[in-house]
Design a protein. Structure first.
Length: 521
């Protein structure tokens, strides 16, 4: 799709901005900001809208936001005084006010600035099985520090629903992208590709909790079920099971009648331990070095209270594994900590999908590819909607040379969680898989998408540099390598050789040759 305005063309698939036939260099964030403004030109876009969509909810200073807006104006020949295309609306936000034509593969159509535009990220394809999204439950306690508690309730319901094999359940990070934002239900459903949406609220007061929940059918805009629960905190796990059973019953009454659903889990002996894990997850999902350290501290506290708490051990294992992979911890020490915590999780509960994910990542770092694949597939048998496990399965399949299956697994992870901080990793896995398959242009496309989502991750620059070098685009390969070095200092070919997750010698040689051509020494 292309947007035409003034004498500019904003080409979304190619991620290019042109004035006539002349390309205009813009930073990825500036391109995303301009795209968001053009796609939402029928309304005033607030600061929170931009942070939620362009920065994925990360903390952004006013000066950074202002500099990106000014850069977008300069790119389209506008400025803060004239505001011919990007207009500031005092105390409300900004709006793209230029006349825009939309060019698609089926032709071109004009669209007035006031005409309603579709979903900002594009509609996801609907699946054949019932697809459901659980939005973050609203915190009605009036205390910001209780936010993690309502998020924890939502997250547990997502986990329980994910065990129901006849549902496709959107992963937590994508449904939480709509947290605190008044999006229309139809837009949420379209962007996530779901038939049903669960909403609710949580009010906690001392040892008492009130949980409300409702299930809506988006197609008919009708409420299928709703209820309110007033319980003590000690009964919170039972309430979550009741809510899950009611949702299942409302959507699949015949299946439910034949087989009563009950979430099989081993709750911790201490509610305080559960409380700490929910706090930890609120930091873990932010996917930053500092938040990861906070999450690990909270998980250690939870394990001190209950050593046999499977989820606490499993999330701690995954936290260390990803920290080692992303360069936040020494890889050898991180892998050792991940293996120790993962084994503790398996011993505590062999039915915890996080535990199998953790063990799989540990196996993968040791180049035990077949064991890693078996562990990821065990996690997916327990939770078919586990996007993290699908993504890691795609990585190990590609490492085994089964790159077509690797691409499919990575794409499925993106389908389950299209608005996920981990989506950058899923895109990088898809890029790696396409590189293994010698599809260099596709590898470059996926790698660029990974970098667009998280320019601070090295994961996207690796396949970009390698694929560009093998495709003969040496300028792109060297540029990717230079940026990769800025993200990951002390980079060398010897270090890369020690980190390659590839089983076959031929594929290993293929990767190392690509990095040599890119200029890695």
């Amino acid at each position: 799709m292309q947007f035409l305005f003034a004498d500019h063309i904003l080409d979304i698939p190619r991620r290019e901005l042109r004035r006539g036939v002349t390309p205009i260099a813009v930073e990825p964030q500036v391109f995303d900001l301009l795209t968001y403004l053009v796609q939402n030109r029928d309304r005033v876009v607030s600061r929170d809208d931009l942070i939620g969509s362009v920065w994925r909810g990360r903390i952004v200073s006013d000066s950074t936001l202002a500099s990106r807006i000014n850069a977008a104006r300069r790119a389209v020949g506008d400025n803060g005084e004239e505001q011919k295309l990007i207009r500031t609306v005092a105390r409300r936000g900004i709006r793209f006010v230029g006349a825009v034509r939309v060019r698609t593969g089926t032709g071109e159509q004009s669209r007035a600035p006031g005409e309603r535009q579709g979903p900002t990220r594009g509609a996801q394809p609907r699946s054949e099985q019932p697809a459901i999204a659980v939005l973050p439950f609203a915190n009605m306690s009036g205390e910001q520090e209780q936010e993690y508690f309502s998020d924890g309730i939502s997250e547990d319901i997502i986990t329980a629903l994910s065990k129901v094999r006849w549902f496709l359940v959107i992963s937590r990070n994508s449904s939480f992208a709509f947290k605190g934002k008044p999006f229309p239900m139809t837009q949420i459903a379209s962007e996530l590709g779901v038939n049903y949406v669960v909403q609710g609220s949580v009010r906690r007061s001392g040892d008492l909790v009130r949980i409300t929940a409702q299930l809506s059918d988006v197609a008919t805009c009708s409420q299928l079920w709703g209820d309110r629960y007033d319980r003590s905190l000690a009964d919170v796990f039972a309430v979550q099971d009741e809510i899950t059973e009611s949702i299942v019953a409302a959507i699949e009454p015949q299946v439910y009648a034949a087989e009563n659903f009950h979430a099989e889990r081993k709750p911790p002996h201490s509610l305080r331990a559960w409380d700490l894990v929910m706090r930890a997850l609120s930091h873990f999902w932010r996917l930053t070095r500092d938040d990861n350290m906070v999450a690990q501290r909270l998980l250690d506290e939870a394990i001190a209270l209950d050593q046999n708490y499977a989820q606490a051990n499993a999330v701690l294992a995954v936290s260390h594994a990803f920290a080692g992979h992303l360069g936040w911890e020494d890889p050898a020490a991180a892998n050792l900590a991940a293996e120790r915590a993962g084994l503790a999780a398996i011993r505590a509960d062999r039915d915890d999908p996080w535990a199998h994910l953790a063990i799989g990542v540990s196996h993968l770092r040791k180049h035990r590819f077949d064991d890693a694949l078996a562990a990821f597939e065990s996690a997916l048998r327990l939770n078919p909607s586990f996007a993290l496990a699908h993504g890691q399965r795609g990585l190990v399949l590609s490492s085994l040379g089964r790159w077509q299956e690797g691409v499919r697994a990575a794409r499925h992870a993106l389908r389950l969680s299209p608005r996920d901080p981990f989506a950058a990793i899923y895109s990088a896995v898809a890029a790696y898989a396409e590189f293994v398959g010698r599809n260099y242009e596709e590898a470059i496309r996926f790698a660029r998408e990974s970098i667009r989502q998280r320019p601070d991750f090295a994961a996207g620059y690796r396949p970009l540099a390698a694929a560009a070098a093998m495709a003969g685009d040496m300028d792109l390969a060297r540029a990717a390598l230079d940026t990769w070095r800025s993200v990951q200092p002390n980079l060398s070919l010897a270090w890369m050789a020690s980190q390659l997750l590839i089983k076959g010698e031929e594929e290993r040689a293929h990767c190392l040759e690509a990095f040599r051509r890119a200029g890695l020494e």
